[in-house]
Write a protein that binds this ligand. Structure first.
Ligand code: 5GP
Ligand code: MN
Length: 337
């Protein structure tokens, strides 16, 4: 983001009265961490700020500072629509195409507010007036830290803001182990700890607050694991019936896909999760090294994301989705070397 844009945004911020911050549909740790961090930062500057999520998000994120004030569009449409209509400024965080805002797409498209997008996914669209896009960044939370830095306001980062930003960097980097984790990321993290983020408490709140049935669901997922060594690929499936049997709660399958990558030689891991209500199979793709899952998700399953982590969906049955997936693999010579 160039100096000129920062000057213009500073001018916008000196005037904006009503600000709305929106993450993508199915918000994850980075989406909730970045939106809530920015909410606290802008409120402390005196703005009227609301975070509106397209839909609900997992319980393991519901302890974040400011969580009680989040408005969920799906549950509170008229309040959300009033706030969007009144907004002078809309921040779009952790997504780069308006269709990622789900049912909010229409009202956001119609809004006359000035849009600022901050995001680290590949191939951004240009719906926003100001775009801060950097696909090399570990997370949108790391970018919000740099954005605050560009506004010369790092000393204004409170422990609440630090906690929210820490959550998103931690979850999007797989606890600081994915390749997008840079020395710069660690410097940001060190500063966030200095500013009051309590690393072991945050880790506990996010990763160690599940119930027994979630572990049993993991057991089912691992039973369903299939490995295709000839394609360096492993995949897992979970049907709606299996989810129901294990008392599935939103967020329970978070991280399951990564187990495939823990097998020696596997560089491509996938999880297929049936959603009977939406009549889709939601798919997560993860890879190690060069294999580009953003491209794979985009080409075959109407999705996208990053080089090593992406998502998509299928309208076919579980069985046919897996048949389709298996029939595509031979096209990828780079998986066969
Ligand atoms: P997850 O598999 O954890 O849902 O998502 C992995 C990454 O891919 C995230 O950065 C997420 O924003 C992105 N992603 C997930 N599903 C979709 C999708 O349907 N479309 C696009 N464009 N990106 C997705
Ligand atoms: Mn993210």
């Amino acid at each position: 983001m160039i100096e000129q844009a920062i000057l213009e945004i500073t001018a916008e911020l000196s005037q904006a009265k009503n600000i709305v911050i929106v993450p993508h549909k199915g918000p994850d740790g980075d989406a909730m961490g970045s939106t809530l961090a920015l909410m606290h930062f802008l409120r402390n500057k005196g703005h009227k700020v609301h975070v509106i999520t397209p839909n609900d998000y997992p319980k393991f994120l519901k302890w974040l500072p400011g969580n009680d004030e989040v408005i969920i569009y799906e549950k509170d449409k008229s309040k959300a629509e009033n706030l969007i209509n009144e907004a002078d400024l809309v921040f779009a965080l952790d997504f780069n195409h308006l269709d990622r805002s789900g049912d909010m797409q229409e009202i956001l498209t119609a809004s006359e507010a000035v849009f600022i997008m901050i995001d680290h996914h590949r191939e951004p669209s240009d719906f926003a007036n100001y775009t801060y896009s950097d696909a090399e960044m570990s997370s949108t939370c790391e970018m919000v830290y740099h954005f605050i830095d560009k506004l010369r306001a790092v000393p204004k980062i409170t422990s609440e803001i630090a906690t929210c930003l820490y959550v998103g960097i931690m979850t999007d980097t797989g606890s600081f182990r994915f390749s997008a984790t840079s020395a710069k990321t660690h410097r940001v993290i060190a500063d966030l700890i200095d500013k009051g983020a309590v690393n072991y408490e945050i880790h506990n709140n996010v990763f160690d607050t599940f119930n027994e049935s979630r572990l049993q669901l993991l057991g089912t997922a691992l039973q369903n694991l299939r490995v295709k060594p000839e394609y360096k690929t492993a995949y897992i499936s979970l049907t709606q019936e299996e989810l129901d049997k294990n008392n599935f709660q939103k967020g329970d399958t978070e991280g399951f896909v990564n187990y495939g990558l823990s097998i020696e030689g596997v560089v491509f891991a996938v999880i297929f999760i049936e959603n009977k209500q939406e009549e889709i199979i939601k798919i997560s793709f993860r890879s190690k090294g060069e294999f580009n899952v953003n491209k794979f998700a985009r080409t075959h399953f109407g999705g996208g994301g990053h080089n090593n982590a992406a998502g998509g969906k299928s309208d076919l049955s579980m069985e046919n989705t897996i048949v389709k997936f298996n029939s595509i693999l031979p096209e990828y010579k780079e998986l066969q070397k």
